[in-house]
Design a protein around this ligand. Structure first.
Ligand SMILES: *Cc1c(COP(=O)(O)O)cnc(C)c1O
Length: 225
C-alpha cells in the first residue's frame, strides 16, 4: 500500500470536512472526484481501495485505456473539453460529462446516446472569468442552453461547472465561485426546478469552492502528487 497516497486522500478528506464546517455545511453532501490524468492504473486502484468512487478524466484516449483496465463499480466523469468526433467513445465510458458548452455538442451527444440506449448526467461548463484560453459558455448564454438541454431526452441536467483562473492565492478564486453559485440560483428560479450540483474547486482552491457552495470538487495533484 502506498502510504503517501493514503495520507493524501485522508488529508483532502479532513480539509473537505473543515471547509464544510466553516461554511455550516454537511461534508457528506460533497462528492470528491479523483482526477487521474497522467496517473498510472496501480495508483488509481490504490485510490479506489481508499474509498474513491469517482474518477475524473480529461482526455478520451487516456480514459479509454483506463476504462478497459479498471473494472470497478466507480463512476467516470469527463471533465475536459469534448470534441464532437469523440462523443461516441465518451458515451461508452462516462457516466457524467461536466463540459457541455454548446447546443451542437449537446445535440450530437443526445443522438449518440439514443443509438446506445443510454442516458447521461451532464453539467454545463461556464466560462465565468471570461478568459479566452478557457472553454465554456458565457453566463449570458446559460439560460438558453439549459432550456434547450431539457428538450434532449437522453441528457439529465445535473449542474454547472467552472474553473477559476490560475492563481497563487485561493482567495482570488472566490468571486468566480460566488458568480457560478449566483448563476445556478438564477437558473433554478428561471426554469422553476432544482439543479443539484456545482462542480468547482481543484487542488489549489477547493476549500474556497466549498465555502461558496461547491458539492463536487475535482482533485488531481492533491491526491496523486
Ligand atoms: C486537471 C483538472 C483538475 C484537477 O486539477 P488539480 O489542480 O490537479 O487538482 C480539475 N478539473 C479539471 C477540469 C482539470 O482539467
Amino acid at each position: 500500500m502506498d502510504n503517501k497516497l493514503k495520507e493524501n486522500i485522508r488529508n483532502i478528506r479532513r480539509r473537505i470536512i473543515s471547509a464544510s464546517d466553516r461554511a455550516g455545511r454537511n461534508a457528506g453532501e460533497i462528492k470528491l472526484i479523483a482526477v487521474t490524468k497522467y496517473v498510472q492504473d496501480d495508483k488509481i486502484i490504490e485510490a479506489i481501495k481508499e474509498g474513491i468512487n469517482d474518477i475524473g478524466e480529461s482526455r478520451i484516449q487516456e480514459a479509454e485505456k483506463k476504462y478497459s483496465n479498471l473494472k470497478f463499480p466507480i463512476e467516470w466523469h469527463m471533465i475536459g473539453h469534448l470534441q464532437t468526433n469523440k462523443i461516441k467513445k465518451a458515451v461508452e465510458i462516462f457516466d457524467w460529462i461536466h463540459s457541455i458548452d454548446s447546443l451542437h455538442l449537446a445535440e450530437e451527444l443526445n443522438s449518440k446516446l439514443l443509438s446506445a440506449n443510454k442516458k447521461m448526467k451532464v453539467l454545463l461548463e461556464v466560462n465565468v472569468s471570461g478568459e479566452e484560453s478557457k472553454y465554456g459558455i458565457t453566463p449570458e448564454d446559460l439560460k438558453e442552453l439549459a432550456n434547450n438541454i431539457y428538450n434532449l431526452p437522453q441528457l439529465e441536467l445535473k449542474g454547472l461547472m467552472t474553473m477559476a483562473p490560475i492563481s497563487d492565492n485561493p482567495e482570488n478564486a472566490r468571486p468566480y465561485f460566488k458568480k457560478l453559485r449566483t448563476l445556478l440560483t438564477d437558473l433554478e428560479n428561471c426554469i422553476g426546478k432544482k439543479i443539484e450540483y456545482l462542480s468547482m474547486g481543484m487542488t489549489d482552491d477547493f476549500e474556497v469552492a466549498i465555502e461558496e457552495g461547491a458539492n463536487i470538487v475535482r482533485i488531481g495533484r492533491g491526491i496523486f502528487g
